[in-house]
Design a protein around this ligand. Structure first.
Ligand SMILES: [Zn+2]
Length: 589
């Protein structure tokens, strides 16, 4: 009986703990199975529609145009009845920063739908929309995303002239062509021959592919002998055009000023040369309430991970307080994602061994931290296939099995001989518009990201005036004292880096008086107030350094209406008023 009671108590206790996370709304009508994903116009129309459906909670802003003239649309989500968006700590989210990495747009769209549907129903979401602001841009590379989603002839609005490649075999897809070549850098995997791997080559100072499955490099030569090597092309590509990797086109995530390097593929001629990147950078710096940015990629490998800044330095690059924020968020992520990691490229060997391992500069996330002084994360999503062996990784072989068993083979074209006019005997085949996120795996990612981002919103600094008092120190002279509190988790400066680069936005507290006057400055710089992250472990669990008092002297005889207006750009704004100087002592409001 006692055990039963204990179990019963445990079940009662669990929902309270899980209740720390926003709950997943049940009434969001979102199609996780749709592929290819909706195009730019449909997503944009829906963002404008959401702003109309929820006039008190959402506004759509066009913050710029893509190179081809598409609108860059940001949905601002907050409860406007509790104050304007700029006066609350804010989070910036974007999806589809890399052209072919389109899953983030679905996830950000889902976030907007879920947050708005949850207002007034889920206490966590309601509190976050009342006290924080979300700037959500599902589609960053609007042109690149459009090209990726209209790539195949069978897909909507396909424009053949925009693609390097043709559907030679008429199956509706532009896949790959492979042709035997002892000098080629690709070979069929010995686990599943349909899947092509790349040989280990060093190209322009970068490792192309490193086989780590074999101890002895000699074995590798046996398993991928020259007679089993291939050159791989895009199906029907123009052979007079030099073969370049599509990632070396303008790279939206190498064009930021943080450690920008000219030789980085896709870096562009100078930082912010891309109008889309410039628009987002400008929005970020002209909205100093933003304390955190989240940029969703979906070029992930066999398992998702989240990349934290600094991209290419050890963790000690950061002061301990900033580092600690990531340690703690990493633990939350691991819990939500059932064991996912947060790392950076300095340590992530599987990333360092890849093509982009040696130099990675000009990232948006490093820019956010190094040049704006705010926190930032970059998830790399993989949300297709199925983890059949439940080891936490969904490998290419499990994806092929999923294509075979659950998708009628639609996402893979078997390698089939074809007589090419210039290359002669080739085979056409390979992945056929494989989604990076779909079905239940996409739904899982959307839901845990929704919860994770609501959780991070709750980690902002949050400035409040918790007490306002006045005493008459001599006839007609009053001492007014406001007690300010940082009710949040981060300090009001957000990062130590912000202090270092002078972008820390201290608290400004202003006293306004009707019927009297302030002696001395009415507006004072109240400095900063630490958040729990910074102080709670310093003096033991009893520590509380979350408060600060600010005082003014006010002169006047009759009743006076006084208002304290406290604002730290990244911690929010709060006002409080009272009447002083009347015989009955006045009333606080
Ligand atoms: Zn990417």
């Amino acid at each position: 009986m006692r055990n039963l009671l204990f179990v019963a108590l445990l079940f009662v206790a669990l929902p309270a703990q899980a209740g720390q996370f926003a709950s997943i709304p049940e009434d969001v009508d979102f199609d996780f199975e749709r592929w290819p994903y909706p195009l730019h116009q449909e997503v944009t129309d829906r963002l404008h529609e959401l702003a109309e459906l929820y006039p008190n909670l959402a506004r759509a802003h066009v913050i710029g145009k893509s190179r081809q003239g598409r609108d860059l649309v940001v949905l601002e989500i907050t409860n406007f009845e509790t104050g304007p968006g700029e006066e609350k700590p804010a989070l910036w989210f974007d999806g589809n920063i890399h052209a072919v990495e389109v899953t983030g747009r679905q996830m950000m769209w889902y976030f907007a739908e879920a947050a708005l549907a949850s207002y007034g129903k889920d206490p966590v979401a309601t509190r976050m929309l009342d006290t924080r602001t979300f700037y959500v841009m599902p589609i960053f590379d609007a042109d690149g995303g459009e090209a990726a989603l209209t790539r195949h002839p069978a897909w909507p609005e396909h424009k053949p002239e925009e693609h390097n490649g043709k559907d030679l075999d008429g199956d509706g897809y532009i896949t790959r062509m492979r042709v035997k070549d002892p000098e080629g850098n690709s070979y069929p995997s010995w686990i599943d021959e349909r899947h092509m791997l790349q040989t280990r080559t060093r190209d322009g100072g970068r490792w192309n592919f490193v086989s780590t499955t074999l101890e002895d490099p000699g074995d590798f030569e046996k398993l991928a002998p020259p007679e089993n090597r291939y050159r791989v092309y895009t199906e029907g590509q123009d052979l007079t055009r030099e073969v370049t990797d599509e990632r070396e086109e303008p790279n939206f995530n190498r064009n930021w000023s943080a450690e920008w390097q000219r030789h980085e593929p896709g870096a562009g001629p100078y930082p912010f040369s891309l109008p889309e990147v410039r628009a987002v950078a400008e929005f970020t710096v002209t909205h100093p309430n933003i304390f955190f940015t989240y940029t969703i990629h979906s070029g992930g490998g066999a398992r998702n991970y989240i990349v934290r800044p600094p991209m290419s330095h050890p963790f000690e690059y950061m002061p301990p307080e900033d580092n600690d924020f990531y340690t703690r968020l990493g633990a939350v992520w691991s819990w939500l994602s059932k064991g996912g990691v947060m790392n950076n490229n300095w340590y992530a060997q599987e990333v360092k061994a890849g093509r982009y391992g040696e130099t990675m500069h000009g990232f948006s996330n490093d820019w956010a931290y190094m040049h704006v002084g705010i926190h930032s994360l970059l998830p790399e999503i993989s949300g297709a296939g199925r983890d059949y062996d439940q080891d936490g990784y969904t490998t290419q072989y499990e994806i092929l099995r999923w294509v075979d068993e659950e998708k009628d083979g639609v996402y893979f074209a078997p390698w089939t001989p074809y007589q090419h006019p210039e290359l002669g005997e080739v085979e056409i085949g390979g992945y056929r518009g494989l989604p990076q996120g779909i079905d239940d795996r996409l739904q899982f990612e959307c839901e845990i990201h929704y919860q994770y981002l609501m959780e991070i919103a709750g980690r902002s600094p949050l400035l409040r005036i918790i007490d306002l008092d006045a005493e008459e120190v001599s006839p007609g002279e009053h001492r007014v004292t406001a007690v300010l509190q940082n009710e949040g988790y981060l300090s009001t400066y957000v990062t130590r880096k912000a202090l270092e680069i002078d972008l820390d936005y201290p608290i400004l507290a202003e006293l306004r008086v009707q019927g009297g006057e302030v002696s001395g400055p009415a507006k004072v710089d109240a400095g900063h107030i630490l958040g729990k992250l910074a102080y709670i472990r310093r003096w033991g669990s009893g520590a509380d350094e979350s408060r600060k008092a600010v005082s003014w002297t006010v002169r006047g005889d009759g009743p006076m209406e006084i208002t304290v207006d406290a604002w730290a750009k990244r911690a929010g704004r709060h006002q409080r008023s009272m009447t002083i100087g009347s015989t009955d002592g006045g009333a606080q409001r």
